[in-house]
Design a protein around this ligand. Structure first.
Ligand SMILES: O=C(CO)[C@@H](O)[C@@H](O)COP(=O)(O)O
Length: 236
């Protein structure tokens, strides 16, 4: 079977979303990309997670043309493929409607970096897109959803590195999260929901919370990420 291993990884990531309570019914999807072959493996649309098997996954090229699969690909395919084309360092994308992250998206608010849990995974606030315009919604809606994410990350003067902050909230919709592979993307989605829940409660306790300092953000982020990362490494 074409891309057997990637199909299994994408299936595991989809099931992880269910196991961690990030999706209801079929409200979400995960995909992964094989960069060497330029192929994407994505969950089929509307199929219950408990019925999913590797052979149900749909394989497309990076433009979303179906290469292999009997079922329709996720209705969010064009967002996934646009993210793969534009953020060339990522290997997988996850979309959920997890409650707290989606609440921030619906409010049109970024998730502030309030503490070290956030800083361990996201090097700054998790951004939110501008609301999609009616023409975009009535046109190539799913593509435009991805375009809104890319536009937010490349906004002049407010650029965001997609490898340092592997998530974006789509205003009025929900989060898209990515990672180096399917396991990593699902893991980031789980943590995103946890930090969104904590941020929501932090805001309730203290409306004008200043958030984590730059020093604490640097200390926590860079001990897990980048060339000087030490987290989880053995000492000699
Ligand atoms: O965003 C939404 C619904 O608002 C979709 O992600 C969700 O229904 C899942 O669709 P698919 O089953 O992947 O086609």
């Amino acid at each position: 079977m074409l891309l057997q291993r990637l199909r299994e990884e994408v299936l595991e990531a989809n099931l992880e979303l269910v196991k961690r309570g990030l999706v209801l019914y079929t409200f979400g999807n995960a995909s992964g990309v094989d960069r060497d072959q330029g192929l994407v493996v994505i969950k089929p649309s509307g199929v219950d997670y408990d019925k999913l098997k590797p052979e149900h996954m749909v394989v497309t090229d990076l433009e979303g043309n179906i290469v292999d699969g009997e079922l329709r690909p996720s209705s969010d395919l064009d967002t996934h493929t646009l993210l793969y084309r534009e953020f060339t360092g990522i290997g997988a994308v996850v979309h959920t409607h997890s409650e707290y992250a989606t609440s921030f998206a619906q409010a049109g608010l970024p998730i502030p970096a309030y503490g070290t849990t956030h800083a361990d995974y996201f090097y700054g606030p998790v951004p939110v897109t501008e609301p999609l315009k009616d023409e975009a919604i009535q046109g190539r809606y799913v593509h435009e959803t991805g375009a809104a994410i890319v536009e937010r990350f490349r906004q002049p003067g407010r650029e965001v590195d997609p490898l340092a902050i592997p998530a974006c909230l789509v205003a009025g919709h929900a989060p898209f999260v990515w990672g180096k592979d399917a396991h990593d993307a699902a893991h980031n989605a789980v943590v995103l929901e946890a930090v969104a829940r904590m941020a929501f409660r932090t805001t309730l306790l203290r409306a004008n919370c200043e958030g984590v300092s730059q020093a604490l953000l640097d200390r926590h982020y860079f001990r897990k990420h980048g060339a000087s990362a030490t987290y989880g490494q053995r000492t000699k």
